[in-house]
Design a protein around this ligand. Sequence first.
Ligand code: SIN
Length: 308
Amino acid sequence: MNLSTTIAGVTFPTCFMNAAGACCVTQEELEALGESHAGAIVTKSMTPQPREGNPGPRYHSFPGGSINSMGLPNLGYPAYAKLIPELRRFGKPIVASIAGLNPQDFLEAAKAIELAKPDLVEVNLSCPNLPGEPQIAYDIEASRRILLELQECLTIPMGVKLPPYFDPVHHEAMAGMLEGVNVSFLSLINSVGNGLVIDPESETVVIKPKGGFGGIGGTIIKPVALANVRAFWKLFQGRMPIIGVGGVVTGTDAFEHLLCGASAVQVGTTLVEEGLTAFERLEKELSEVLTKKGYASVDDCRGRLKEL
Ligand code: SIN
């Protein structure tokens, strides 16, 4: 089965890759992704300075999903800029995720990362876990300003990781803005921000930062992820490559993302819970689904969701 896919001119050997944040902070984790069946190596979202992130506990899984408030722990972009050329030896695409606490951070990271020559840059405008900082992509004008500045200093294709939107008006507003900037792909969606998971037994929250509020991932968010993939696929009439993120636990989940219009999928909670062997399993499961359905490739089924 042909599970390869192409996004912004970059060919991925399979359509499965890690979500930025899942098992991709340290050199060891990034090398392990290189050795695994992952179709790409996606870095943790990097900031100018190394960050320890939020105090723990900051990740908790529950039946159906996870909650996290990591707070962008990362090595800082100089470390990733040095690592990226070394990761080339694995022969798969490298996606550098950049983030920041202000517009200047994004610019600095982009300039440094450009020199390290990843294949794609994913601009994370949607981290929900920075106390006191709103998710940038809920502010269309602020997002536009950052992306316009980034496009001036990046020659590497740039994509944007967006938060979930819950109303067509917001899908349309964001898509309208994106039409005016040089964005080559979308990663949809980041975790569903500021959820709350509690333990009724101990009567406490399960993570420490932000009074227990954090980003929700896993199966429970799949319908929201699929809706966002579908909405943006339709708004761009299939012209904008989309990486679907959210609720990919099985090959069938990945197939659903592809049907909605995704060209590839990222795996977050499942990777954290199951480990790197998840990629091989997902490949096998998706191949079986596509074979059973009579599709020859990822491209073959992309966007083919039927409406009633
Ligand atoms: C985090 O580090 O808090 C998660 C990153 C994100 O959701 O963008």
